[in-house]
Design a protein. Structure first.
Length: 131
C-alpha cells in the first residue's frame, strides 16, 4: 500500500504522502465510530476529515491541513479521485468529484471551540461547517 501511495505522490505531486494517509485514517475512524459504514459521499467524507482532524489535532488542525496543502474540500476530492484512479479505493456510480465542491475550507477550523466539561474533565469540541 505504501508503495502505491508513494507512486501517487510522485505522479500527482500536489499532496504529500501524509495527506493521503489522513484519508485512510479518517475512513478507519468513521468505521470505528459508526458500525456498518460502507460508503461515504464526498460531502460526508470531507466533513468526516474535518471532524477527525479536530479530534486528532485540536487547534493545530488548520496548521496540519495547510502543511498537507489541504485548503478546500476540493483538495480532498482530488486526492480521493487519485486513489480511485489507482484502484486503492472504490466509488459508486453516483459518486462525482463535484460532490466535494464548496463543502468546507481550512478557514472553517476558526469556528472550532473546545473546553473541558464534566466531573471527569472530558474534552468538549464544538464546531460549525458553513460550507
Amino acid at each position: 500500500m505504501v508503495d502505491a501511495l508513494l507512486a501517487i505522490v510522485n505522479k500527482y505531486k500536489k499532496y504529500p504522502l501524509e495527506a493521503y494517509v489522513l484519508i485512510f485514517q479518517t475512513l478507519e475512524w468513521c468505521s470505528a465510530k459508526v458500525s456498518g459504514v460502507q460508503h461515504l459521499t464526498g460531502q460526508q467524507l470531507a466533513q468526516a476529515m474535518f471532524a477527525y482532524s479536530v479530534a486528532q489535532y485540536g487547534f493545530l488542525a488548520s496548521t496540519v491541513w495547510r502543511q498537507l496543502n489541504l485548503l478546500r474540500s476540493e483538495d480532498i476530492g482530488a486526492m480521493v479521485y487519485h486513489l480511485v484512479e489507482e484502484k486503492l479505493i472504490g466509488k459508486q456510480d453516483s459518486d462525482r468529484i463535484e460532490d466535494f465542491n464548496n463543502v468546507l475550507s481550512v478557514e472553517e477550523f476558526d469556528t472550532v471551540t473546545m473546553g473541558v466539561v464534566g466531573e471527569k474533565g472530558d474534552l468538549k469540541i464544538e464546531y460549525t461547517i458553513h460550507g
